[in-house]
Design a protein around this ligand. Structure first.
Ligand SMILES: [Zn+2]
Length: 430
C-alpha cells in the first residue's frame, strides 16, 4: 500500500497549508523585491505569448517623489495613461512593466511626472536593463548586443548614447597633467576624429569631430576650460600644426612633445618611399634580391631571423639607395637611447646633416620636418613620454570601428568611443 489515505493523519494535514505560506514566495512579491519598490507594488503578473507583463500600481497612499528634484510630494495631481518599460528577462521570459504614471504637485517644481525608481525619466527600458545593455555594448557591436537582449539596433544606440551623456555629466574630473592628442580615421581615412587621452591615468578624455583647429579648440575651451588648462604640463602629439598652435594658445605653460611613435612612423614612411621608387627604377632581374624586402627594412634588426639577417647582409653589400635609407633609419633610432640632452641633440644634428647629404628626397623632407620641430623633439630625453601608453586604446578604437562596419554617423562612433575608452560611470540602480 503506497499512498496513505489523507484521512488517516488528519492532524498533520491541517498544518501543511500554513507551512507552505512561509516558504513559498509569490512571483509578485519576488518582482517587487527585485525592483526594490517602496511606494509602489506589483498587483499582478500576466502572460502574453511573448512577454511576462508585470502590472504595477501605487501602494496605498505612500508619498511619491517628484521626477525632477526627487522630493517627496503630498498631492497627486492626476493619473497619466499607462506606460510600458522593458526589463531584464527572467530566464528566457521577456519582462515588461506596466504602470499609470502619476503627476505630482511638487512644492519646488510645480506639477511634474513622478520619479520612477525602476527607470530614468524618459527611458523606455528599466535602469537594470539599460545598464546590462551598456555593459555588454562595451564588448560587442551594437548589433550583437541588440540580438542578445532581443532589442533593435536603434534601442541599443539610444541606450549607449544616454549612458554616455549620463557618464560625461557625472564623471569625476581630476586635474590633468599629461595628455596625448591623436587622430583616428573613420571610413578608411576619409574622415578624421581627434582623440585626447590622459596619459597618466590612461583614460580617454575627449573625442572631437575632425582634426582642424576649429574643431579641436573645443577641447581647450569647453572640455578643459581656462582653469584646468593651467595644470597641463606636457602635451604629446604628432607634428601637426593645428594641434601645436592650439596648445601654445590655450596652455602656454605646457611643454609640447612630438610623439616618438609618430616620428618613427614618418621615418618608416621615408624608408618605404625610397624602396618603392627604387623598385620602379630597377629592372626585373635586379629586383629579385629586394623582393619582399619591405619588412626586412622596417623591422628592428634584433627581431630578424637568421635567414632574414643573411638576406639583409646581401642587400647591404650593394650600396644602393635602399641600403642607405636603411642605415639612416637605424642610426636615427639611437636618438631615443640618449640620457643627456646635449648628446642627444648633437646626435640629431649630425643625423640631420647626413640625411640632407644623402640625396634621398624623402629623408631630406623628413630632416627638414625635424629641424622645424626640434623644440618639441629634444625634450624627449628628459620626459620619456609617448602616446605608446595608450596604443592599446587606439587599437580598441580601430576594433570598434571594424566590428560595426564603420559607423555611418560620426556622432554614433564618438559615443561608442567614449563608451569603451573613457571609463564613464553608469546610472545607479536604485
Ligand atoms: Zn520637484
Amino acid at each position: 500500500m503506497r499512498s496513505t489515505p489523507a484521512a488517516f493523519y488528519p492532524s498533520k494535514l491541517s498544518t501543511k497549508p500554513q507551512r507552505r505560506e512561509e516558504t513559498e514566495v509569490l512571483i509578485e512579491t519576488f518582482i517587487r523585491k527585485q525592483l526594490r519598490l517602496k511606494a509602489h507594488t506589483v498587483t499582478k503578473v500576466t502572460d502574453t505569448e511573448e512577454f511576462m507583463v508585470v502590472h504595477i500600481d501605487r501602494l496605498g497612499r505612500r508619498l511619491l517623489r517628484c521626477g525632477v528634484c526627487r522630493q517627496r510630494c503630498r498631492e497627486v495631481h492626476s493619473v497619466r495613461p499607462e506606460r510600458e518599460w522593458r526589463d531584464l528577462s527572467m530566464r528566457k521570459q521577456r519582462l515588461k512593466l506596466r504602470y499609470h504614471p502619476r503627476r505630482v504637485e511638487c512644492p519646488r517644481c510645480g506639477v511634474r511626472v513622478e520619479d520612477f525608481p525602476w527607470a530614468e525619466a524618459w527611458s523606455r527600458v528599466t535602469t537594470a536593463l539599460s545598464n546590462a545593455v551598456a555593459v555588454l555594448a562595451r564588448e560587442l557591436s551594437w548589433q550583437g548586443t541588440a540580438r542578445q537582449y532581443g532589442l533593435n539596433w536603434k534601442s541599443v544606440a539610444t541606450i549607449v548614447k544616454r549612458a554616455v551623456e549620463y557618464g560625461l555629466h557625472h564623471r569625476t574630473r581630476l586635474p590633468v597633467h599629461v595628455i596625448g592628442m591623436d587622430e583616428v580615421s573613420r571610413r578608411k581615412g576619409q574622415v578624421y576624429l581627434t582623440v585626447v587621452y590622459d596619459l597618466e591615468r590612461r583614460v580617454l578624455l575627449w573625442v572631437g569631430e575632425d582634426r582642424t583647429e576649429e574643431a579641436v579648440k573645443k577641447f581647450f575651451t569647453e572640455e578643459m576650460g581656462r582653469r584646468r588648462c593651467r595644470t597641463l604640463q606636457v602635451v604629446c602629439m604628432d607634428m601637426w600644426t593645428a594641434y601645436a598652435k592650439l596648445v601654445r594658445e590655450h596652455a602656454p605653460n605646457a611643454q609640447i612633445l612630438f610623439d616618438r611613435f609618430h616620428i618613427v612612423k614618418h621615418l618608416n614612411e621615408a624608408v618605404e618611399e625610397v624602396r618603392r621608387s627604387e623598385m620602379r627604377r630597377l629592372s626585373a632581374k635586379e629586383k629579385v634580391p629586394f623582393k619582399r624586402s619591405r619588412w626586412l627594412l622596417l623591422k628592428n634588426p634584433w627581431n630578424l631571423t637568421s635567414d632574414q639577417k643573411e638576406r639583409l647582409s646581401t642587400l647591404v653589400r650593394w650600396n644602393t639607395p635602399i641600403v642607405r635609407a636603411y642605415y639612416l633609419k637605424e642610426s636615427f633610432q639611437l636618438f631615443w637611447e640618449y640620457r643627456q640632452s646635449s648628446r642627444a641633440e648633437a646626435h640629431l644634428q649630425k643625423w640631420m646633416n647626413s640625411a640632407m647629404r644623402s640625396r634621398l628626397k624623402p629623408f631630406q623632407t623628413f630632416a627638414r620636418m625635424l629641424r622645424t620641430h626640434l623644440d618639441g623633439i629634444l625634450p624627449w630625453t628628459k620626459l620619456r613620454l609617448s602616446n605608446g601608453a595608450v596604443e592599446g586604446m587606439n587599437n580598441k578604437i580601430k576594433s570598434i570601428s571594424h566590428r560595426s562596419f564603420g559607423f555611418r554617423s560620426a556622432k554614433n562612433f564618438i559615443a561608442a568611443i567614449y563608451h569603451c575608452c573613457a571609463r564613464l560611470p553608469l546610472p545607479v540602480e536604485r
